[in-house]
Design a protein around this ligand. Structure first.
Ligand code: URA
Length: 252
């Protein structure tokens, strides 16, 4: 019997200490095809786990599901069986001008608009990425010729109100959330996604390393809607950067 939710055992990892973590279970096999000897391990709820090899070292490829609560379970259970470096491979909605779908965002830190990270550290504790992982992501983006943006991103528990989306079922936004997108834009925040703050906070306080690279799927300065094709383009850049970062991180 494996870990409670992921269904994995330490032996399944074949010594892997690095995990690439998309939110979407469907993205895992697509990431896996970039590795040597990819093989499916377990699928349980939103957690789909594969193993692949680079530089002859095993790398765990696994989905976290959407949002901090779901991701926190994956990180806890992976840490218990030996993962020490966690690399989120996600998608994100840009809020600064001149950011285009297909470009990627490398987070140096994340605004903690989530709830889960508060179960690991008080809100004053910063959600920051590991410098070594950030360096590997930058090097990989440059090597692959992929345009990237580096800076602070925001992680919200909700896709709709927390990211100040209008056009919802009721159209209602709490007063404290009205205008919040513009506030974050004025503060230089690059984009919204839903998991990095939980990941960074957890990993910092648990003595683990974390980073995040997310593909831009929409620029909300220009439009609100995006389709599957935009998601595909966004994912491709993030996957390419993450895969070559995995090669760098396993060769150190
Ligand atoms: N993921 C998010 O959380 N928000 C977006 O706008 C796009 C992807």
């Amino acid at each position: 019997m494996g870990s409670l939710h992921l269904g994995l055992e330490a032996e399944d990892l074949d010594g892997a200490t690095l995990a690439l973590l998309p939110g979407d279970p469907g993205r895992v096999p697509r990431i896996a095809e970039n590795f040597d000897r990819p093989r499916h391990l377990v699928s349980a709820r939103e957690y789909v786990s594969w193993l692949g090899y680079v530089n002859d070292q095993a790398v765990l490829l696994g989905s976290t599901g959407i949002g901090g609560p779901s991701l926190s379970i994956a990180v806890e259970e992976l840490a218990q069986i030996g993962i020490r470096t966690f690399l989120r491979v996600g998608t994100t909605g840009a809020i600064q001008p001149e950011m285009a779908p297909g470009e990627v965002v490398i987070s140096t830190g994340a605004v903690r608009l989530d709830g889960a990270s508060r179960h690991f550290a008080p809100i004053e504790f910063p959600a920051v990425a590991d410098f070594g992982v950030v360096g590997a992501l930058i090097e990989s983006a440059v090597a692959n010729g992929i345009a990237f943006h580096l800076g602070v991103t925001a992680s919200s528990d909700t896709f709709y109100p927390g990211q100040a989306r209008d056009g919802t079922f009721t159209g209602f936004l709490l007063p404290e959330l009205r205008g919040s997108l513009e506030t974050w834009r004025r503060l230089g925040v690059l984009s919204f996604e839903m998991e990095a703050a939980t990941l960074f906070t957890m990993c910092s306080v648990m003595g683990l390393r974390a980073g995040a690279v997310c593909g831009v799927v929409v620029n909300r300065s220009e439009r609100e809607d995006f389709d599957d094709a935009a998601v595909r383009v966004g994912e491709e850049g993030a996957i390419a950067v993450a895969v070559s970062a995995a090669s760098l991180l396993t060769s150190i």
